[in-house]
Design a protein around this ligand. Sequence first.
Ligand SMILES: [Zn+2]
Length: 258
Amino acid sequence: MLVQSTVLTEADGDPVAVENGDGRGDVLLVCEHASNRLPENYGDLGLSADALSSHIAWDPGALAVARLMSKNLDAVLIHQRFSRLIYDCNRPPSSPAAIRDVSEVFRIPGNENLSEAEKKRRAAALYLPFQERIGEEIAARREAGRATVIVTVHSFTPVYYDTKREVEIGILHDSDSRLADRMLATAADTKLYRIERNEPYGAADGVTHTLEVHALPAGLLNVMIEIRNDLIEEEVGQRVVADFLTGLLRESLATTGP
Ligand SMILES: [Zn+2]
């Protein structure tokens, strides 16, 4: 059993990264699964290099797309600097999915039989500062009389449990579907991508946690975007997807609010 007394060392640094912090756009971009980096105290969690570079550790390509969108939209971007294998910042501490000991077909030895104390330490080190930073950003904007539209950016694996996923971009929402509805309507005629609502999963699977915490109680426009990761492996694909999503958001927001 792996139990750490300290989750992050000084060398690991801050778990939360804020980019384009002075951005003036209405959109606030969030990337919970931006990195596959593990804190130095955790070694490789007993996983192979292949597993550690796969979708179980992070959302490949998502941060690159979010960075391009941040530039396009002059949007503040907040992302987590460590892998969801240590703590999935899009899940509350009460969720069994916050720290998994099995992900798809991979056993994660370093996460087996964790004590409650270790789970709490990980939440305190990674989840709380991340969600608090998002909350602070929204509060500061509210005080300054600025609007906030929360857009979370994710990627998903094209093959899951041996099943190929045909959807290319998922537009996901929780109970407030205003922005998602508008984006889906705006994109209805596009030939560029196969776009679907709440695919390859949706709120019932617990994936809208950040939106639930920050957008729904405050009535902020919000959406979660899922991009199939084979489309954004290379820079050219990342740019095409980022530009497409930028246009889609701009056009949708022009008719929806904020
Ligand atoms: Zn994700």
